[in-house]
Design a binder for this molecule. Sequence first.
Ligand code: 1HN
Length: 374
Amino acid sequence: MRLTVVDAPDQPTPSDELAELYRGFEQELLVPLWTEIGDLMPPHPRSKAVPHLWRWAGLLELAGRAGHLVPVGRGGERRAIALANPSLGGRPFATPTLWAAIQYLMPGEDAPEHRHTQHAFRFVVEGEGVWTVVGQDPVPMGRGDFLPQGGWNWHAHHNAADRPMAWIDGLDIPFQYLTESQFFEFGRDAISDAERITPDRSRSERLWGHPGLRPVSAPAAQTGSPLLRYAWADTDRALTDQLELADEGYPGVLEPGHAAVRYTNPTTAGDVLPTIRAEMHRIRSGAETAPSRQTGSAVYQVFDGSGRVTVGDRSWSVTRGDLFVVPSWVPFSARSEASASDSDSGALDLFTFNDAPIFEALRLDRSSVEGKDA
Ligand code: 1HN
């Protein structure tokens, strides 16, 4: 440890006695606040993470090669390849609190059962054929589906199709690593034949997946949402309706041309996971969002369409599957820019997840839109 003598108006002039005092602090492993306050108490968050973009095409290509070269099994547990923010010391952390990875499963392959305290979800930007088996309930995964996975639930995956499948995983691993709260257990080495069925809807969706209706005999609460799949058709319809209502003069959209929905736990109407918020945003062709920032960090994935996103002093043209990071208190805005290869509407659909539930629970949430504090 090396203490720096600060150069500030109210600090004493350097002297032998002062140098001796600082050596005394060092020997006793003591750090006076006046040498540290700039870093410990900045006027606003200065994220250690930086804005960064990963192209889907590149991720998919590398994941596909891993599919042929690296088996899935006990120990590694998952063929998941994490996004490492370039300024977080090479750790597999997309942001200081969030993990994001591409996961890849070959035809007929299984990822073994386990459980952990880390809260997780899967989101599918393309493909189908994998069922994730959560608490022995097989849940289909298809394009646009969001699958939350509250901590400590047993889960395995199996690819029932004759094609590989990729998706993204989001977890609060960096947060639990920092707070030293993690537990992990191996489950059975293989799922049973009864769990290899491939239903269109999971049991959880049949029980919990009816808008505004909960079973009166609601089973005891589990961690996170008991609804294990938020199907794309429902998300898509909600966004389409929001934009159409705005055209008819009714409120509901976030701002002109910008619809958004949040995935919620049907038992609480709050966030779908204790530490992670997830949303889908639709920005109509030609529309642009107002730059906004908040405490806490976020990861975005382009679900459909193309456009231009600006994160602090970085700006990228993005297209389907591309992933990028928005660090704490860094302004973010997005513009939809239809390109010839886009499907139907030309809207830009952005899936995003962030750590807002942690910040809100601790009253650390702050945001501002175009300079207006909230
Ligand atoms: C995990 O269990 C999954 O279940 C994905 O698919 C990524 C990263 C670290 C630790 C556990 C999964 C993970 C993970």
